[in-house]
Design a protein around this ligand. Structure first.
Ligand code: ATP
Ligand code: MG
Ligand code: FE
Length: 343
């Protein structure tokens, strides 16, 4: 089975072809990071314009690199939501055009399901499974009992982990995206500022990162008022320690409570070296297999969309030309709108 995946939910224009749900045949990502850097973040209008310029080229490149023709494909999988509506629509319209021109079915994929299924490109999923999703817009703990079943057991009440990284990086004067920059400084640091941990209620699997962000801002403000200067490495290390400790502790507790057989991390912040090391060590101790995709498959890409799309294809899920961008698409089941099930 060959599935073409298309992803345009944020600031990456991406296309990929996956064979049998796990084999990467081609994987093309055109990033807009360089142009978004000037604005310190993603500007929706600019993101859309980039997608329009890139999408046809990126799909062509993915097809060429795979050395396949459209008749070799079984379906086109595209990110239906959540994300920036204008950005989503460009991928969806490109997918519709490609599918229509080549007589292929179209499948609408949830972006976060995609992040989770990036792991399928590395090793098969074993259920029940716990997924820690940490990305630019999401921080969630999800239990999966089978393919396409997503039980949300905890989520952020304010900022997403990636959002917190990007905001703190901005406070420290680091360029966008801030996550990788803070990660680098934190790892090189010989000391760390002590920042609070947001545990919330003892039983809760929810997260909160806005208090930590404020603590960093206050720390800088107070120090500078007293004539001191902030040492970015020490702030980065303290911030990262707080984030990593809370994420690791709650993920371990959830894995124990739900008795899962596998734990996976997904999303852009799963690229974080401090987090990867901490989760690795924690689950080694727990004796539960823990996996995280290589960094290039943690951040936005279309291989993960094609991987999830393949599972949907196998489940008989087919979308239609009524597909629309769904900025607030929920993740409960495969959850595609305008779909039918074929035998
Ligand atoms: P979502 O997936 O929630 O819709 P998104 O697609 O914008 O949001 P991703 O592309 O999955 O998010 O991840 C981008 C985020 O990951 C950014 O906030 C970025 O700072 C963060 N990030 C990337 N690398 C690292 C790293 N090494 N350490 C921490 N954060 C990182
Ligand atoms: Mg991105
Ligand atoms: Fe993402």
């Amino acid at each position: 089975i060959y599935i073409l995946g298309i992803e345009t939910s944020c600031d990456e224009t991406a296309a990929s072809i996956i064979k049998n749900g796990h084999e990467i045949v081609s994987n093309v990502v055109a990033s807009q990071i360089e142009s978004q850097k000037r604005f310190g973040g993603v500007v929706p209008e600019i993101a859309s314009r980039h997608h329009v310029e890139q999408i046809t080229l990126v799909i062509e490149e993915a097809m060429e690199a795979a050395n396949l023709t459209p008749s070799d494909l079984n379906a086109v999988a595209v990110t239906e939501g959540p994300g920036l509506v204008g950005a989503l629509l460009i991928g969806i319209n490109a997918a519709k055009a490609f599918a229509f021109a080549n007589g292929l079915p179209i499948i609408g994929v949830h972006h976060i399901a995609g992040h989770i299924y990036a792991n399928q490109l590395m090793q098969p999923m074993v259920f029940p499974l716990l997924a820690l999703i940490v990305s630019g817009g999401h921080t969630e703990l999800v239990v999966m009992k089978e393919h396409g079943s997503f039980e949300l057991i905890g989520e952020t009440r304010d900022d997403a982990a990636g959002e917190a990284y990007d905001k703190v990086a901005r406070v420290l004067g680091l360029p966008y995206p801030g996550g990788p920059q803070i990660d680098k400084l934190a790892l090189a640091s010989d000391d760390a500022v002590e920042f609070p941990r947001a545990w919330l209620e003892p039983e809760s699997y929810d997260f909160s990162f806005s208090g930590l962000k404020s603590a960093v801002i206050n720390y800088k403000h107070n120090l500078e008022q007293k004539g001191g200067t902030v040492i970015p490495e020490h702030v980065a290390a303290g911030f990262q320690q707080s984030v990593v400790e809370v994420l690791t502790t709650k993920t371990v507790r959830a894995a124990q409570q739900y008795g899962v057989k596998q734990v996976i991390a997904a999303g852009g912040v799963a690229a974080n070296k401090g987090l990867r090391t901490s989760l690795d060590a924690a689950f080694e101790k727990e004796g539960v297999p823990f996996y995280v995709p290589p960094i290039s498959l943690c951040t936005d890409n279309a291989a993960m969309i094609a991987a999830a799309g393949t599972q949907m294809y196998l489940a008989g899920i087919r979308g239609n030309m009524g597909m629309n961008g769904r900025p607030g698409m929920p993740l409960t089941s495969w959850n595609a709108n305008n779909t039918e099930i074929v035998e």
